[in-house]
Write a protein that binds this ligand. Structure first.
Ligand code: ADP
Ligand code: GLC
Length: 494
C-alpha cells in the first residue's frame, strides 16, 4: 500500500511531545512491512535548524509553485529529506512566513494572532498539490490530530468533483482530544471546502469551526492511541465535547497502543547516556544514576529513592499534584528531578520548591532531548500523574530503561503499566493510583518507596518492565488492519 502521513510534528525534525515521536517511528515500522510510506510535514524552523546543525539540506522535490488560499497565491517550496534509520522519505512544505516561527511550531504570528487555520490549510493544499505534481498519490491518507484534518475532509467532500481522490481512503488518529483546532466561523471560506459542507454544519462546534470535529465526521476510520482512551473519549467526561460524534461512529473507531522507537530509546545503545546497559546487566544504570545526581546537584552517595517527571507543563499532565505533594515526599526522604516547560504558574512552583529544598528538588526548564534520555535512565522511578493520557510515551521509555513508572490509572497509562499489588511480582512493572489528588499520588509514591528498599522485588519490577515488548511492530500490524478496513468501507480493493 502507498501510505502518506500528514502531521504537524515528526521527530527528529520537529517535536513538542509524543505526536512527534509517533510520526517519526510508525512510518518506519510500516515501511519494514513492505509498504510504500512517506511523511508530509511543514518545514518548521526546527527542521531547518536540524539540517543546518548537520551541515546538510533537503533536496528540492519539485520546483516551487503557487497555492491559492482564499484567492491569494502563496509560493511554496517542496523539499525532500528522509527519516534517520530506514530512509522513509519526508516531504517538507516550505513557506517561511507561516512555518519559520522562532517562538515554536505552534506560535502565533507577529501580531500575536493564532493563524493556525490559515497555516495548516496552506500546508494541506500544498501537500496534496505536490503529491499530484510528483506522482505520489497515496492509497491511504493518514492524518494526525487536527492540523492536517482538512485533507480528510477534502477527500470526503470534494471527491465527486476531484477524481484524484477516487482511490484514496482516509484514517485520522486522535493523539490529543484537547487540541481541536477551533476557529471563528467566518474563517470557513479559507478552507476552500464546498458550500454544502458549511450548510450541512459538518464543522460546527458550539457555534465555531472545529477542524478535528470535521475530520472525525469525514474520516473513513478513526484511531486513537490506546484502547482505554478509545473508550474514555466516548464518554461525556472524556470526550471534550466530541463524545456524541464518537459514539455515533464507534464502529469506525479503534484504539491502538503506541510503540516506542527502539533505535532512539534503548539503553543498550543510547548515545546520550554515560553508560550503556540491558536487562541482564544493570550496572550501567547505576552509573547513569550517579551522573544524573551529579548534574542535579544531589548527594551522589545517598541511596534513597529518586523520582523523575518529564513533560509539557499543562493541566493534562497533573504535575501540580506532584508539586503539591513534594514537600511531604521530601520530608520522607525522596528526591525529585523534573524537566519541562509550559504554564508559568507551574514553573513558578518548581522554582520555589527548588529554592526551599535545595539538594532534594531539582527543576530543569525548557526542552532538552538529551537530558530527557538521561533522566529516563538515571532516576529510580518516573511519575506520571496525568488527569488524562491518550497513550503516554514517557512511561514506556521508563519501562525500557529499567525505571519503574508510577502512574495514574487512565488512558494509555492503564494499558501499558501493570500495577504491583503486593502479590503479582512475576508480571508487575509499576504502580497505579486512581484518584487525581496529591494525597493519592503521595500515598502511591510512598508505597513504591517501601518496595524500593525490598531490593529483590524492585529488581523484579525493573526487569519485568525491561522485558516488555513495546516495539512498533505489533502496533504497525494493527494499523495495517485499520487501513484495510478504511479501504473496505470506501469500497476500494486492498
Ligand atoms: P505528550 O505527547 O502528551 O506530551 P507523551 O508522553 O506521549 O506525552 O510524549 C512526550 C514526549 O515528549 C516524550 O518523548 C518526552 O520525553 C518528550 N518531552 C516532553 N517534554 C520534554 C522536555 N521538556 N524536554 C525533552 N523532552 C520532552
Ligand atoms: C498526545 C498524548 C500522549 C500520546 C501522544 C502520542 O500528545 O497526550 O498521551 O502518547 O500524543 O500519541
Amino acid at each position: 500500500m502507498k501510505i502518506s502521513h500528514l502531521s504537524a510534528e515528526c521527530s527528529p525534525f520537529a517535536k513538542t511531545g509524543g505526536l512527534g515521536d509517533v510520526v517519526g517511528a510508525l512510518p518506519k515500522a510500516l515501511a519494514r512491512r513492505d509498504h510504500d510510506v512517506d511523511v508530509w510535514l511543514p518545514f518548521h524552523l526546527e527542521a531547518a535548524q536540524w539540517y543546518r546543525r548537520r551541515l546538510q539540506w533537503p533536496v528540492e522535490a519539485t520546483p516551487p509553485f503557487d497555492v491559492s488560499v482564499l484567492g491569494r497565491p502563496y509560493r511554496v517550496g517542496i523539499l525532500k529529506g528522509q527519516l534517520p534509520h530506514g530512509g522513509v522519505p519526508v516531504y517538507f512544505v516550505a513557506h517561511d512566513p507561516f512555518f519559520h516561527r522562532p517562538a515554536g511550531i505552534y506560535a502565533p504570528n507577529d501580531s500575536g494572532m493564532d493563524d493556525g487555520l490559515w497555516r495548516f490549510t496552506l500546508f494541506v493544499r500544498a501537500a496534496l498539490e505536490a503529491m499530484r505534481r510528483i506522482g505520489r498519490r497515496p492509497q491511504i491518507l493518514h492524518t494526525h490530530d487536527w492540523h492536517p484534518a482538512l485533507a480528510t475532509m477534502l477527500g470526503a467532500w470534494s471527491g465527486w468533483r476531484d477524481r484524484w481522490f477516487d482511490d484514496v481512503a482516509s484514517v485520522l488518529t486522535i493523539h490529543n482530544i484537547q487540541y481541536q483546532g477551533i476557529y471563528p466561523p467566518d474563517q470557513f471560506p479559507t478552507l476552500g471546502l464546498p458550500d454544502e459542507v458549511r450548510a450541512g454544519g459538518l464543522l460546527d462546534f458550539r457555534g465555531a469551526l472545529g477542524l478535528l470535529k470535521g475530520g472525525l465526521e469525514a474520516a473513513d476510520i478513526i484511531t486513537t492511541v490506546s484502547p482505554t482512551f478509545a473508550r474514555e473519549i466516548q464518554t461525556p467526561e472524556g470526550g471534550a465535547g466530541l463524545d456524541a460524534i464518537l459514539r455515533g461512529r464507534s464502529d469506525r473507531l479503534t484504539g491502538i497502543l503506541n510503540g516506542i522507537d527502539r533505535e532512539v530509546w534503548n539503553p543498550a545503545h543510547d548515545p546520550h547516556l554515560s553508560a550503556l546497559y540491558g536487562a541482564s546487566d544493570l550496572s550501567g544504570k547505576a552509573e547513569c544514576r550517579y551522573e544524573l545526581l551529579r548534574i542535579a546537584g544531589f548527594e551522589t552517595a545517598d541511596p534513597g529513592m529518586v523520582v523523575g517527571a518529564i513533560g509539557r507543563l499543562v493541566d493534562q499532565k497533573g504535575f501540580d499534584l506532584l508539586l503539591e505533594a513534594a514537600p511531604e515526599l521530601i520530608r520522607r526522604g525522596l528526591r525529585i528531578i523534573m524537566l519541562g516547560s509550559g504554564e508559568p504558574a507551574l514553573e513558578g512552583s518548581m522554582r520555589l520548591l527548588e529554592k526551599h529544598h535545595h539538594g532534594h528538588f531539582r527543576a530543569f526548564f525548557g526542552y532538552d532531548e538529551v537530558l530527557s534520555h538521561r533522566i529516563e535512565a538515571g532516576v529510580d522511578a518516573l511519575v506520571m500523574p496525568s488527569r488524562f493520557e491518550p497513550c503516554g510515551l514517557s512511561q514506556m521509555y521508563s519501562l525500557a530503561y529499567g525505571t519503574v513508572p508510577i502512574v495514574r490509572k487512565t488512558g494509555g497509562l492503564a494499558d501499558s503499566v501493570v500495577g504491583f499489588d503486593g502479590t503479582n511480582e512475576n508480571v508487575a512493572n509499576g504502580f497505579h493510583f486512581e484518584d487525581p489528588s496529591p494525597h493519592a499520588l503521595a500515598a502511591e509514591i510512598l508505597r513504591a518507596q517501601h518496595v524500593f528498599f525490598q531490593r529483590g522485588t524492585w529488581y523484579r519490577l525493573m526487569r519485568n518492565g525491561m522485558l516488555v515488548d513495546n516495539s512498533w511492530e505489533n502496533a504497525a500490524g494493527q494499523y495495517e488492519a485499520a487501513y484495510q478496513r478504511a479501504r473496505e468501507v470506501r469500497g476500494l480493493p486492498w
